[in-house]
Design a protein around this ligand. Structure first.
Ligand code: ATP
Ligand code: MG
Length: 578
């Protein structure tokens, strides 16, 4: 492809509203443009990259026995009523009516549509197993669309749905998808980790998220340093050492004046205790009811664990007004002693200690010497906090590291939740009617592109993995006014494209400095620089964008020499990901 023939509107300045590097670079390299919040147009380079990702996804899905279909983006509300999600999905579901006043939504996911399809088509166990997938635009009215393609409102997803006759079949379908995902992310050229994920109300251990490891990831993963354990912090269990003998209650509860002291650190410092001796009292809104959750002052409440423990659908921090109403005190002074009308749950770890300091539900006042068993009407005790780097691995007791990740894929064993709700059944060998056992499997195709950039970039721009780069090779004649350089560049360009290697030739009459800087920004993994000085010595120069390493290749045998060097560059990429 000639660069003069492809629209690549690069930007010199970084747009002000882009926070993360992938968003900045996608805009600067002319791959995407914003239409409105969380909604983007993909320009030629961006679309090429998305198509490369999609192709690898398709090849591996097909190889795993899944079949591609394409379902509508607009879905009837009736189906969502049937599954029960019309009420429960919340505001991410964009709903609207047609001219006949019938309810519709834009598909955020397709369990309803695919289950309704299969219920009308599948009659017998002989037609199973079945795995259907699509690559399609999804819409989720995210509360905080941000970070460009990382969290859009409209985005591209590959979603697959498997249907099986029994548990063993469903487990095999799940494993086939897990393996396909492992191949997909390996081929794409990202460092990733599959981690055990929260399964919410469905339960069971059959959910894994595929995480691209990157500092800017929104998720935190707990990864064991010794064994294979890896889990999303949302899910990672906290295993405590055996409890020490119960401590006797000490001194009676006493109020202490703490003027303006609201945070754990302020209170601990002022009263003269360690932060872990302070009780953090967090009020949450669980499906519209207030619940108090207690954790040690140096710990964080895990809202996913709270939600699962309560069996709730939506759990979030309570709004300040609700907290003040429930406690009768300003924010920062909530505490469990004498807190009426609110169920109180304590994190299990608190039962290992006593003599706590907590808010008194009175302005500028805390309580000292609080014993949870003696002084608080506890509703329950459970694992309600997030794992920390000081906790042991829940599987082997070794140490864990906390690392950041970007969720690019999710495999999930659904069981019969949707098939029962939508009456999608089949007749088994004995002629008995049974619900289909389902799995669902997503990959955020457009988020994958952002994740690649988050993981692979430097100060000069993107360093795209060869499989994802819109062009694998970027040929840069130092000056297109030098006939010999241009001819050499064209010959190599034609030869590489013939080989099936996507190659871009910068045929624009631009200053060399501008071209080199743009090439680094666009991030093709391999660059070839052709100039009259090198040609006079019989060489062309190549640059590995990832390592920055430059080398001279003989101009006379440039094609063969390039292919040999390319093999080395690709091997270097693989080695760097291991
Ligand atoms: P998240 O926790 O990031 O909101 P999710 O659990 O809602 O993700 P799934 O419903 O499992 O995501 O969707 C499958 C995949 O689609 C995710 O693994 C992710 O890669 C991608 N995805 C989800 N939401 C978005 C979004 N708003 N923008 C881009 N990609 C997304
Ligand atoms: Mg989401």
């Amino acid at each position: 492809m000639l660069q003069s023939h492809i629209y690549i509107p690069t930007l010199k300045e970084t747009p002000a509203d882009a926070e993360v590097i992938s968003h900045k670079l996608l805009l600067r390299s002319g791959m995407i443009r914003k239409v409105t919040s969380g909604i983007y147009t993909y320009l030629p380079l961006g679309l090429r990259a998305l198509e490369k990702i999609s192709r690898i996804v398709r090849e591996e899905m097909n190889a795993a026995g899944a079949q591609e279909i394409l379902m509508p983006m607009v879905q009837p509300g009736d189906l969502w009523q049937e599954s029960g999600r019309w009420e429960h999905y919340g505001k991410e579901l964009l709903r609207f009516k047609d001219r006949h006043d019938r309810h519709y939504c834009l598909g955020p996911t397709h369990e309803e549509v695919v289950t309704a399809l299969v219920r009308d088509e599948i009659r017998s166990y002989r037609q199973l197993p079945l795995n259907l997938y699509q690559i399609q635009t999804k819409f989720r009215d995210e509360i905080r669309p941000r970070f460009g393609l990382m969290r859009g409102r409209e985005f591209i997803m590959k979603d697959a749905y498997s249907f099986d006759r029994d548990e063993a079949g469903a487990d095999a379908s799940y494993q086939a998808m897990y393996d396909a995902y492992t191949r997909i992310f390996t081929r794409l050229g990202v460092r990733f980790r599959a981690v055990a994920a929260d399964t919410g109300s469905i339960g069971g251990s059959f959910s894994h998220e595929f995480m691209v490891l990157a500092e800017t990831g929104e998720d935190t993963l707990a990864v064991c340093r010794r064994c294979a354990y890896a889990a999303n912090v949302e899910k990672a269990e906290v295993r405590l050492p055996a409890p020490t003998a119960p401590q006797a209650a000490g001194a009676p509860v006493a109020a202490v004046s703490t003027p303006g002291m609201r945070t754990v650190e302020e209170v601990a410092g002022y009263v003269g205790v360690a932060p872990h001796q302070v009780l953090k009292t967090v009020l949450v809104d669980a499906d519209g009811s207030l619940v108090a959750v207690l954790v040690r002052g140096d710990r964080e409440v895990n809202l996913v664990k709270v939600k699962n423990h309560l069996g709730a659908t939506v759990v979030d921090l309570a709004v300040p007004e609700a907290v003040e109403r429930a406690t009768g005190a300003p924010l920062g002074f909530a505490g469990p002693v004498g807190l009426r009308g609110v169920p109180i749950y304590a994190d299990q770890e608190l039962m290992h200690g006593t003599d706590y300091v907590c808010g008194a539900n009175v302005a500028d006042t805390h309580l000292q010497h609080v014993d949870l068993l003696r002084d608080v009407a506890l509703t329950g005790v459970a694992d309600l906090r997030s794992i920390t780097a000081d906790d042991p691995c829940p599987a082997c007791g070794g140490g864990v590291d906390l690392v950041r990740g970007i969720e690019v894929g999710h495999v999930f064993k659904l069981g019969t939740k949707y098939s029962e709700a939508l009456h999608a059944t089949f007749l088994d060998e004995t002629g008995r009617e049974r619900p289909l056992i389902m799995g669902c499997y997503g990959i955020g195709v457009s988020r994958v592109l952002a994740a690649c950039i988050e993981q692979h970039h430097d100060a000069a721009g993107m360093i795209l993995p060869p499989a994802v780069a819109p062009f694998e090779v970027h040929i840069l004649p130092v000056s297109v006014r030098e006939q010999a350089s241009l001819e050499m560049a064209e010959a190599l360009h034609d030869a590489l494209n013939q080989e099936g290697i996507d190659t871009l030739l910068d045929d624009r009459d631009e200053r060399p400095g501008v071209k080199f800087a743009e090439a680094d920004l666009l991030g093709a993994p391999m660059q070839v620089i052709v100039g009259s000085k090198g040609l006079a010595r019989g060489v062309v120069e190549v640059k590995d964008r990832r390592t920055g390493e430059r080398r001279e290749l003989p101009a006379e045998t440039a094609n063969a020499a390039f292919l040999a060097w390319r093999a080395e560059v690709l091997e270097g990429w693989c080695a760097s990901l291991r």
